[in-house]
Design a protein. Structure first.
Length: 466
């Protein structure tokens, strides 16, 4: 497999496929609004969409540093699925039933995104094939069975456990010994969704200013180089780029994730792989991979490259180290040997937001009017939609337009978490954690033992994930 002709960076393959949009006008100067949303990704756009739908007369302004979808919303793996970061912790803090309600809300969110996309005429290559997560070592199989049982306990009674033969009949992953499948998932084209959503929001009358970086957020003020937006509510929807805001360097850690996309694969290759259901595909490795079969028959596959840049540095162009491209290519060929001769057309990277306790949150501070949502830990394509509807309900409740709702009562609302450690401790911790995960994965690939590698368990405890 050659990577000589691979396009490296340039934001993502999804933008190479669709073309980089012409930027909307920046903020022309000081102005006012009813609600100011900082960040033009999925969270910000969905929030503007639902607020404007609920209260059409609201004056809503969205401020975006580059252009809508420049960050994780335009670089992700296209997994619209029902996973949410922190559910198990919320079960410990608020009880099992509260976490079940959160999971049910996520299950319903997948269908909500599909519904709105159809209603707004957004063709985002959505295919509801569900999510298939495979195991290909004894240790992974043990974790997969435990994971499957836990998901059933949280109300996913329609989840299916498959053996080796049934798994390979769906997707012929080399060495697969089992899998679990949920119908609550879909494949999509991330940029087609974000472009369509931005257009739908503008059609409702929301003002979007691009090329307008917000440097500091204060109660009722969002400061930019071009002027200040004053509004009763300022909503921070910046995910992995939160660290760029004044005073937010240690709020959420910007974790890097990298992807590759092959050339369109010919029919004979697909005959060996299968994947006719176009499920999103993941595994049970510690340094896990995620993949999809695109609408034009490529494989887009991602995983962790350089997990974190010192000082919470954030990625811009998406350029990816050659060693990371090679590592992702090796995963691709190990899973699907018939792709060995395929060209890698594109490689890119982006950042996602990771709270110190790995729990996604939605908050509105009623005393200041400041709100935020995020910390999705890579599971944001669907979670952003639930977060946006929750922010809508919180604002309507605060402004006296409605009372509490089922969404405002979910356990992730108002969750508080401590900040990340100062440098160099967070750099050492994150890099040490992923070195441990990769080492554990290597040992598990050759070990006949079903138990999880003890080094991986130690890394989980260090990270605060369990």
């Amino acid at each position: 497999m050659s990577t000589v002709s691979t396009v490296n960076g340039g934001i993502s393959f999804w933008y190479a496929d669709q073309g980089t949009p012409l930027a909307r006008e920046p903020l022309p100067g000081d102005t006012t609004a009813d609600i100011c949303i900082v960040g033009g990704g999925y969270t910000g756009l969905w929030t503007a969409y639902y607020l404007k739908k609920a209260v059409p007369f609201l004056n809503i302004t969205v401020l975006e540093a580059k252009f809508c979808g420049y960050g994780a919303s335009g670089r992700n793996g296209g997994w619209l699925y029902n996973g949410i970061a922190g559910r198990d912790r919320y079960a410990k803090l608020h009880g099992h039933e509260a976490a079940v309600r959160l999971q049910q809300a996520m299950n319903e969110t997948v269908d909500e995104v599909v519904r709105v996309a159809a209603e707004e005429g957004i063709d985002a290559d959505i295919h509801q094939g569900g999510v298939l997560e495979v195991a290909y070592t004894p240790a992974q199989l043990a974790r997969l069975k435990d994971f499957h049982s836990v998901e059933i306990a949280f109300g996913e009674t329609d989840r299916v456990l498959r053996g080796a033969r049934e798994t390979c009949e769906r997707v012929n992953v080399t060495g697969a010994v089992g899998s679990t499948w949920t119908p609550h998932g879909a494949r999509l084209h991330p940029v087609k969704l974000v472009k369509g959503l931005a257009a739908a929001v503008e059609a409702l009358g929301v003002t979007i200013h691009e090329s307008t970086p917000v440097t500091e957020i204060k109660p009722k003020h969002a400061h930019t180089p071009y002027g200040t937006v004053r509004a009763p509510y300022i909503l921070r929807c910046t995910e992995g780029f939160t660290a760029n805001l004044k005073g937010q360097r240690r709020t959420w850690l910007p974790m890097n994730s990298s992807m590759i996309a092959t050339e369109p694969l010919p029919a004979p290759v697909w005959e060996t792989i299968g994947w006719d259901g176009r499920e999103t595909l993941g595994d049970m490795a510690h340094a896990y991979m995620y993949a999809q079969r695109t609408a034009d028959d490529r494989i887009a596959l991602g995983g962790r490259g350089v997990p974190y840049r010192f000082g919470s540095g954030t990625d811009n162009d998406g350029r990816t180290r050659p060693a990371t491209i090679e590592a992702l290519r090796d995963i691709l060929v190990r899973l699907f040997p018939t792709t060995a001769g395929a060209r890698i057309d594109h490689a890119w990277s982006g950042v996602l937001g990771v709270p110190r306790d790995w729990c996604a949150t939605v908050t509105l501070d009623r005393s200041t009017g400041l709100g935020w949502a995020g910390g999705y830990v890579g599971s944001g394509v669907a979670t952003t939609n639930l977060a946006a509807r929750t922010l809508r309900d919180l604002i309507q409740q605060d402004s006296g337009q409605s009372g509490p709702t089922d969404l405002t009562a979910l356990p992730w609302v108002g969750h508080k978490v401590r900040r990340w450690e100062p440098e160099p401790f967070r750099w050492l911790g994150v890099h040490g954690m992923y070195a441990a995960y990769r080492a554990a994965d290597r040992r598990e690939l050759t070990s006949p033992r079903p138990g999880t590698d003890p080094v991986a368990k130690a890394a989980d405890r260090l990270a605060g994930r369990h």
